[in-house]
Design a binder for this molecule. Structure first.
Ligand code: NAD
Length: 503
């Protein structure tokens, strides 16, 4: 048996329970079907075969999950931080113990390649560990003294919260949200993406087996327009942490308006990687290729616009095209695979439509630009050259292994192009000139910038975007600011004079 066949057999083993019994909701510690009895099917992007049927949640399922989260909040929010820390560390350990199962399930459910997904569970566990360690200090505040008053601030968990996640790297992404929410003392109702619900179910089961009390984390499957919408509108849900498309973010903001929902949005991107001719070009080629062709390019921080100084444009793009052509496209469970199938035929059709668009608008397809094979959602790693920044392929988020390369003359033009998009999530800059790096990063419109590096995440740093890429920041204490309310209590420092009214 080859390694791939062996992995496929193992994955089948891990997924048998879902193919036989379906993916249920998880409410108040119980695995339950949809109240309506309705289900929908999920498919493997490898060959479009049915993987499982999934409970199709609607308002009554959300209401039941919110009631469970509200009840559990009474105890969880008062559980001492040190105790929450202990439980969440146990959750991290339990995730690590089932890392292979999580990785294999994620590969089959999403099409992401094992070489990247094998780290997803480990990174998810790291998220739990990091926020667990902050839990004992989550309530801490400041003291502000005046001659008459001593003000003390503190934080308290905001209440049950809703977490709504996308399909690209669902396990890792959901832990970014769920771990800090639980560490802060909130309880959670999670609505995972309809295309990839499997690992959300694994996470809640693992967490409860590790000691998380029932009802603290609940999962309701279903579609955005019914289950998702109800969650955002529910009066007892105090905040919504959402990761997904910018236009869905707008809808959620409108849906949450009546109940004055606090929102945290991590949305789309059209992130530039800007390469000047004084940069270490070999490293820049590798980083640019890595940031668009890893994770199938289905990555919010992917460097989907390659802005290259005109003096090196031909040579640099030829080198990136060479890399793109050498990348292995294949089964997600093949350890050699870099690009697996895209999540779903609908998304594949969207990505393929940009190939026609690029040709129509006059870009050159220097690599890829076509579907791979006859079955499954496989798309070749693609590079468009001779593009302009006003082309559709330079403006819209394609969310696939597709890179658009545009030449620039000087710093001013690079900056103008980099900022001339609706989005502002991340930017990558390659130059050996420190003063130029400072000038550029001072003016780039992006929430996160990496100089001479690909995206390397450090959990205490803020993660999030500007413009249409988001509202709010994850990471470090920024996460607790979102999941907690800050209150101020003022004590008199002396017997000050209280105004007397009415004579
Ligand atoms: P999407 O917006 O279509 O769906 C995301 C989630 O929102 C799903 O669970 C969906 O069911 C739900 N949803 C849809 N309509 C809803 C509604 N009206 N009310 C409530 N919930 C609703 O996004 P997607 O296609 O699943 O994911 C891809 C997008 O996610 C890309 O734009 C990508 O850039 C973005 N993303 C951003 C980040 C980040 O950190 N900025 C990270 C990963 C992905």
């Amino acid at each position: 048996m080859s390694v791939v066949d062996d992995n496929i057999a193992k994955a089948k083993g891990y997924l048998t329970r879902f193919s036989e019994s379906g993916v249920m909701h998880h409410i108040a510690g119980e695995s339950v079907p949809a109240a309506s009895g309705k289900t929908f099917e999920i498919i493997s992007p490898v060959d479009l075969s049915v993987l499982a049927s999934v409970a199709k949640g609607n308002a009554s399922d959300i209401d039941a999950a919110v009631a469970a989260a509200k009840e559990a909040f009474r105890t969880w929010s008062k559980t001492p931080g040190a105790e929450r820390r202990k439980i969440l560390i146990q959750v991290a350990e339990a995730i690590e113990a089932r890392a292979e199962e999580i990785a294999f399930a994620e590969c089959m459910d999403t099409g992401q390649a094992l070489r990247f997904m094998s780290k997803a569970a480990i990174r998810g566990a790291a998220n739990f560990r990091y926020f667990a360690d902050q839990a004992p200090y989550a309530e801490d505040g400041e003291v502000k003294r005046t001659p008459t008053q001593m003000n003390t601030t503190s934080r308290r968990p905001i209440g049950p919260v809703g977490v709504i996640t996308p399909w690209n790297t669902p396990f890792m992404l959901s832990t970014w949200k769920i771990a800090p929410a639980l560490a802060a003392g909130c309880t959670v109702v999670h609505k995972p993406a309809e295309f990839s619900p499997v690992t959300a179910k694994l996470l809640v089961e693992i967490a409860e087996s590790a000691g998380l009390p029932k009802g603290v984390l609940n999962v309701v499957n279903g579609f955005g327009e019914d289950a998702g919408k109800r969650l955002t509108e529910h009066r007892d849900i105090k905040a919504i942490a959402f990761v997904g498309e910018s236009r869905t973010g707008s809808m959620i903001m409108a849906q949450g308006a009546a109940t004055l929902k606090r929102v945290h949005f991590e949305l789309g991107g059209k992130n530039p990687v800007i390469v000047f001719d004084d940069a270490d070009l070999e490293r820049a080629v590798d980083a640019a290729a890595f940031m668009i062709y890893s994770l199938n390019g289905e990555r919010c921080t992917s460097s989907s616009r390659l802005l290259v100084q005109d003096t090196i444009y031909e040579d640099f793009t030829a080198r990136v095209a060479e890399v793109a052509k050498r990348i292995k496209v294949g089964h997600p469970l093949d350890p050699e695979t870099v690009v697996g199938p895209l999540i779903h035929p609908e998304h594949e059709a969207k990505v393929l439509s940009y190939f026609d668009k690029a040709r129509e608008e006059g870009a050159v397809i220097a690599a890829g630009g076509e579907k791979v094979g006859d079955s499954g959602c496989f798309v070749a790693p693609t590079l468009f050259t001779q593009a302009r920044n006003d082309m559709t392929v330079a403006q819209e988020e394609i969310f696939g292994p597709v890179l658009t390369a545009i030449p620039f003359k000087d710093e001013d033009e690079a900056l103008q192009m980099a900022n001339d998009v609706d989005y502002g999530l991340a930017a990558y800059l390659w130059t050996d000139d420190l003063n130029r790096a400072i000038r550029m990063t001072d003016n780039l419109e992006a929430g996160m910038m990496w100089v001479n590096s690909e995206n390397i995440r450090h959990l205490p740093t803020p993660f999030g975007g500007v413009k249409a890429s988001g509202i709010g920041r994850d990471g470090g204490d920024w996460s607790f600011d979102f999941y907690m309310e800050t209150v101020n209590v003022s004590f008199p420092r002396s017997h000050h004079k209280v105004p007397k009214l009415g004579g």
